[in-house]
Design a protein around this ligand. Structure first.
Ligand code: PMV
Length: 319
């Protein structure tokens, strides 16, 4: 049974142990496993209805989406149509509660919401593993946004990608004090999309495979630290993984740098807050913005410090 129109939501996720690089570009298979936490303050809401004309239409935040975004969505919808022998085309409208394409994982929540929506539109009742496998074909990290809480994306071994999916390892309720504050330093679109950035890093960075090896070793340590609700170890592992990943990018030829000078300044501020007994740690993705890991008791003092740091454009913090 097909419904006429539906609306779904998904949250963005922030990787504590990162994904950067594919072993198969077509199937979006990663070179390594990764681990993330879903962020309830970053939500994508997507509505989907059937288009009676044979083309896919996409509106992003109430505006017609750029050509490239429509092409990417149609490529993903072709995967869906082929897998389920569906011939419909769609009108999709997607709203983000946060700036799009500034390294805040909008493609992850976007493709996860779309995947959940298609599942609902056609009453497919797919289990979450199947949804994750499908979302991965839109954007790798989207496979981690099907579930909330702490989520592990298994890189998988098979060539067809059937074992490369993400699953929840702890629900958010396991560690409800843990939270993420986002410090937006720029809402500008990134110059180099993560897909191209990954290809360039794998091809030209001498330290890429060393990062992959080290990062894989950090994964079980991270799982254990989350299990023990040990913020210090989670934070230190997360910072190390992020800094090593960005170093690989910076060592690529030509160098790939997603940071702004104020990114470095804010990192120093976070470290000095920490020295003054505020437990907080940073991570950064393919953009200049900073995500801060902490626990609920410290949110208001960190938010105050971010307000004092006058270069912050917007702060997104849990209530
Ligand atoms: O799935 P993509 O193409 O948005 O890549 C995500 C890459 C990072 O955000 C930098 C790291 C990660 O694991 O989320």
């Amino acid at each position: 049974m097909r419904k006429n129109t539906i609306s779904t939501q998904a949250h963005a996720n922030i990787a504590l142990i990162k994904y950067w690089g594919k072993r198969n570009e077509t199937l979006f298979l990663p070179t390594k496993s990764s681990l993330s936490i879903s962020v309830p303050t970053l939500t994508t809401t997507t509505s989907i209805s059937i288009n009676t004309k044979p083309s896919d239409i996409l509106h992003l935040n109430d505006k017609k989406a750029p050509e490239q975004a429509i092409k990417n969505i149609s490529r993903f919808l072709d995967v869906f149509r082929k897998q389920f022998s569906i011939h419909d085309h769609f009108i999709i409208s997607s709203q983000n509660s946060f700036p799009t394409t500034a390294g805040l994982a909008s493609s992850a929540s976007g493709y996860a919401a779309l995947t959940k929506g298609l599942n609902e539109l056609y009453d497919l009742n797919l289990p979450s593993q199947e949804l994750s496998l499908l979302a991965r074909r839109g954007s790798g990290s989207a496979c981690r946004s099907i579930n909330d809480g702490f989520v592990l994306w298994h890189k998988g071994e098979k060539d067809d990608g059937s074992d490369s999916y993400a699953e929840q390892i702890f629900p958010s309720s396991y560690w409800p004090e843990f939270c993420i504050i986002i410090a937006i330093l720029s809402t500008q679109e990134k110059q180099i999309c993560s897909r191209k950035g990954m290809q360039h890093t794998i091809k030209t960075s001498p330290s890429y495979w060393q990062w992959v090896n080290e990062s894989e070793k950090r994964l079980p340590l991270m799982i254990n630290a989350i299990k023990n609700k040990d913020l210090t170890t989670v934070g230190m592992l997360c910072e190390k993984d992020c800094l090593d990943m960005h170093q690989c990018m910076q060592e690529a030829k030509p160098s790939l740098n997603y940071w702004l000078p104020k990114t470095t300044t804010l990192i120093e501020q976070i470290k000095s807050l920490r020295k003054n007994s505020t437990p907080c740690y940073f991570t950064i993705d393919a953009g200049p913005n900073i995500k801060i890991l902490t626990t609920k008791n410290y949110v208001s003092s960190i938010v105050q410090a971010l307000k004092n740091f006058e270069q912050t454009v917007q702060i997104i913090a849990p209530q």
